[in-house]
Design a protein around this ligand. Structure first.
Ligand SMILES: Cc1cc2nc3c(=O)[nH]c(=O)nc-3n(C[C@H](O)[C@H](O)[C@H](O)COP(=O)(O)OP(=O)(O)OC[C@H]3O[C@@H](n4cnc5c(N)ncnc54)[C@H](O)[C@@H]3O)c2cc1C
Length: 434
């Protein structure tokens, strides 16, 4: 019997250790240092002092930067185990950094490991895995995100250099990154899926101009860590091409699968936090002579939230299991489904949790309002919900055929007739008896 929802005891021990470590040692960092970028900023003088001993402890336990497969020099935990680990790390904004698996560095490490030359791996991958460098993934453009066919940032070859001209939008962490991985159109004679290439661009390269930093809700205009960049005739040597010319989309595809599972399991952690807050509150707050938990509408909030969370968690773990089994086609459907569902579950559960906290829930004295402000991001970053739904629908429809005749294959009259023919002798008996 192959189905099993249990975790092997040795790995469970690791998870238990992680759970306590994250709660006791890392979550207080989220409270003390509330600017989320600090968890990433290697240049901040106190970053090393705070994270050094914690990272050391993680390394001692063999849990540092576990996201690479054994073929890429990693530990080869597989997506299911990584998923369970990320369910714990998702409790804290700092935790992925302390465990060396923060986005976008983890995805960038994956593509460097897959496509990098020996020289590129030495220069970028190893220090990235060691947590010494910060990277940025620069793909979205101001006029186009989810449809790459609209991308305009171009590069042309000049001697043994490439010259990049164009704009990129929402390049997260570009301001603190040591290098950027930038997708650029290098051949306009073929469809973009064969005509775009990836470049490694070092910090300080002349022509990388930040038009402005864009922030999220709650940050002032001009603040924030998502860069609007003008690549103004940026020259990079040809050895900075990652993979071959025209390989950008194959490369981009590589960094998304596992990353989406990790991100989804971090969402499970956030949703569980919201449910925990909801349950504690409804057992504590009284109205009209009884606690909120006695009200049927509130019970519905709790039940629906619990069911949605469990359904989502199992969906993510199933997607991870498919990836581990090597079922790429099946995994594609489920990864897209997970991406859709993450946004919906977060939306529904956080809204209910905030609602039962009333004015306190709306305030900045609970984490709920800030969680709520991150809900819309979930349905946009890494591609909008609609695009992932299209993927799910296309994948699902591959399994179906149009009906042969005028009526659907489940049309009852011919099916009843065929079934009655099969059991005709019983009907003859029935007629004879009547
Ligand atoms: C927090 C955050 C961090 C990000 N970090 C990065 C980063 O580091 N690097 C990077 O390159 N990008 C990053 N992005 C950008 C992100 O990848 C894009 O926002 C995303 O791909 C969508 O592109 P867009 O914003 O241009 O929206 P558009 O493509 O303009 O889409 C806008 C809306 O149109 C609708 N829509 C689009 N396509 C369809 C369709 N086929 N059918 C129906 N409706 C559709 C959807 O409602 C969609 O939300 C980040 C975004 C966020 C929010």
């Amino acid at each position: 019997m192959g189905w099993d929802f249990e975790t092997e005891p040795e790995f469970q021990e690791k998870l238990d250790w992680m759970d306590e470590f994250v709660r006791e040692e890392i979550e207080p960092l989220d409270l003390a240092f509330r600017d989320s970028i600090m968890a990433y900023d290697r240049r901040n003088p106190i970053y090393k002092e705070i994270t050094g001993p914690l990272k050391q402890e993680v390394k001692k336990r063999g849990l540092w930067a576990c996201h690479l497969g054994p073929d890429l020099g990693g530990k080869g935990f597989g997506q299911l185990k990584l998923g369970l680990m990320n369910e714990i790390l998702g409790r804290s904004g700092w935790a992925p950094n302390i465990f060396g698996c923060q986005a976008p560095d983890s995805g960038n490490a994956e593509i460097l490991a897959h496509y990098g030359t020996e020289e590129q791996k030495k220069k970028y991958l190893q220090p990235l895995l060691d947590g010494e460098l910060v990277s940025c993934y620069s793909m979205t453009e101001p006029q186009a995100g989810s449809d790459p066919k609209e991308f305009q940032c171009r590069a042309f070859k000049d001697g043994n250099e490439w010259v990049i001209e164009g704009e990129k939008w929402f390049s997260s962490h570009a301001d603190i990154a040591d290098f950027l991985i930038t997708m650029v159109v290098t051949d306009t004679d073929v469809p973009i899926y064969q005509g775009a290439s990836m470049f490694l661009i070092e910090r300080g390269t002349p022509g990388v101009e930040f038009k402005r930093m864009t922030g999220l809700a709650g940050e002032s205009i001009g603040e924030g860590h998502h860069a609007y960049i003008h690549y103004n005739q940026v020259r990079v040597p040809e050895e900075n091409l990652l993979g071959g010319p025209g390989q950008a989309f194959a490369i981009a595809q590589k960094r998304l699968g596992g990353g989406r599972i990790h991100h989804a399991m971090r969402t499970v952690a956030q949703v569980r936090k919201a449910l925990d807050m909801m349950c504690e509150r409804v057992l504590s707050r009284r109205t009209q002579g009884e606690v909120l938990a006695k009200k049927q509408m509130v019970q519905e909030y709790v039940a629906d939230s619990f069911i949605q969370l469990q359904q989502f968690r199992l969906l993510v773990l199933y997607a991870a299991w498919l990836i581990d089994k090597g079922d790429r086609d099946g995994a594609r459907t489920y990864i897209a489904a997970v991406k859709v569902q993450a946004a919906e579950v977060m939306h529904d559960v956080v809204r209910r949790a905030l609602q039962v906290h009333g004015s306190l829930g709306c305030s900045n004295e609970m984490p709920l309002a800030s969680m709520w402000s991150s809900v819309p991001l979930m349905g946009v970053m890494d591609g909008p919900t609609e695009v992932h739904k299209v993927t799910v629908a296309k994948q699902v429809l591959k399994e179906y055929q149009p009906s042969e005749g005028m009526f659907p294959s489940m049309h009852l009259p011919p099916r009843i007739e065929a079934a009655r023919e099969r059991f005709a002798r019983y009907f003859e008996h029935e007629v004879a008896n009547s």
